[in-house]
Design a protein around this ligand. Structure first.
Ligand code: NAD
Length: 433
């Protein structure tokens, strides 16, 4: 009953199916039984209420096995120290399944290619279907109910289960991709690795733009209009985070490595992403000098807007780096406060953006929550000790900030962007000539 499990359960219930939902976390199950979602995900609470009569929550696998035949496995598969996916929770689920040939295990967790084959080897009586999930946190319900495609992988003997899964998803539309298990598993990892590659690519383009006096938002627009490239995932910023991209890119790299193949491109994608977060420090130092003793406000802590998920959030790396430089760090997030308090115990968390900015030497926009677009910078200028804003998502109105007297730094906007003024730094060309 995490993001994938809860969305899957509530959406199937919304489609009219009775669903029995199980988790080992008794607190989550208690909260769900009362109709309260343990995560922040738009639309979920409405479905919990509307479809309550078709949803049953339990902590007991026995209850599940009594009433269901299609078992959707949505447990977490976090990275291990080696970068491989940790499959212990998947194994815990498989170990509880009876071997009487009645059940189908539908794998929605992201697992390395080869996992399905290994499960079938150990538990040959289970009909195994790989049905990877492509939802995005923040728009998960919509993504589930309106999929671009549904990937269903099954090997010989599991066709009945694959047919049932296809029948479940068919009313949602979207292309059906029926394939073998190993290919279905690979589609998920390859899709995430490709999206992460696009992000690291545009971030490197942004860094070059800063050197040559180009504007990455213009470059991305011009590139994205090419249908072969497409506009999505071409927004330069502080890099990707979250519970999926970092671990899935690393899992694919390790999966390749385990076979003796060195996936060079993904090694670069990961390294670019790590360095991108650290470039913010340089941008702050450009305006403030050494950061020791300075107060920096981080706006947005969750790994993306409209979620309270803090897993692998860029704010975690930024806060640690800033504190490493001796800065005092404040942070504000519209919904991720509780999760942030656990992961950022040495960061002063505030109840509003304004409070975080009070007396701060600089603001760094880390996550582009829509409420940050409404900030009144002209009235905030006198509350801050210094007027420096580093916009890690090219989200704020650069012209309005400059008009209010702020030094504004985006990502890859050497000329300040279309609505900006002259660059704070000269383009490399000018410096060279
Ligand atoms: N979050 C996303 O956006 C997303 C998108 C696509 C795919 N995925 C993949 O889906 C999987 C789940 O991701 P998530 O973000 O929903 O994870 P999550 O950590 O939010 O939820 C996992 C849930 O599984 C429960 N669990 C652990 N062991 C269990 C067991 N033995 N029996 C029953 N429940 C158990 C946990 O208590 C937790 O509630 C991962 O493999 C992830 O990579 C996630």
């Amino acid at each position: 009953m995490g993001w994938v499990g809860l969305v899957t359960a509530t959406c199937f219930a919304e489609m009219g199916h009775p669903v029995i939902a199980m988790d080992i976390d008794a607190q989550k199950i208690r909260s769900l039984s009362r109709g309260r979602a343990p995560i922040h995900e738009p639309g979920i609470e409405k479905l919990l209420e509307r479809d309550a009569e078709r949803l049953t929550f339990t902590t007991e696998m026995e209850d599940v096995l009594e009433s269901a035949r299609l078992l959707f496995c949505c447990v977490d598969t976090p990275p291990t120290y080696s970068g491989d996916a940790d499959l212990s929770r998947v194994q815990a689920v498989v170990s509880q399944l009876p071997s009487d040939g009645e059940y189908a295990l539908v794998m929605k967790s992201t697992v390395p290619s080869g996992t399905g084959r290994a499960i079938r080897r150990d538990a040959p009586d289970i009909a195994y279907v790989s049905c990877p999930e492509f939802l995005k946190e923040g728009t998960a319900v919509q993504d589930f109910l309106h999929p671009d495609r549904v990937v269903i992988g099954a090997d010989a003997g599991a066709d009945w289960a694959a047919d049932e899964v296809e029948a479940l998803y068919r009313p949602l539309g979207g292309e059906m991709v029926r394939t073998d298990v190993a290919s279905a598993e690979m589609i998920k990892l390859a899709a995430n690795a490709f999206l992460a590659t696009k992000i690291s690519f545009i971030n490197e383009i942004a860094n070059v733009c800063e050197e040559v006096g180009a504007d990455v938002t213009e470059v991305a627009r011009g590139m994205g209009l090419d249908r072969r490239i497409g506009p999505s995932f071409l927004r330069a910023g502080v890099g990707y985070g979250g519970s999926c991209f970092p671990k899935d890119v690393s899992a694919l790299k390790q999966l390749a490595g385990n076979t003796g193949y060195h996936f060079q491109l993904l090694t670069a994608v990961i390294e670019v992403n790590e360095l991108q977060k650290r470039r913010i420090i340089g941008k702050l130092q450009k305006h403030l000098g050494p950061l020791a003793g300075k107060t920096i406000a981080l706006l947005g802590l969750a790994f993306k807007p409209d979620t309270d998920d803090m897993r692998e959030a860029s704010s975690l790396v930024l806060a640690a780096r800033l504190q490493g430089e001796g800065a005092k760090v404040r942070g504000y997030d519209p919904v991720a406060g509780e999760a942030a308090a656990k992961l950022l115990p040495t960061v002063e968390l505030t109840g509003s953006a304004e409070e975080a900015l009070d007396g701060a030497d600089a603001a760094v926009l880390v996550t582009e929550w829509s409420e940050f677009a409404e900030l009144e910078w002209s009235s905030l200028r006198d509350r801050m000790a210094k007027r420096v804003v580093v916009d890690g998502r090219n989200f704020l109105d650069a012209a309005a900030l400059r008009e209010a007297g702020f030094a504004y730094e985006g990502i890859g906007l050497a000329n300040g962007g279309r609505n900006g003024e002259a660059a704070a730094t000269e383009p490399a060309e000018a410096r060279l000539s």
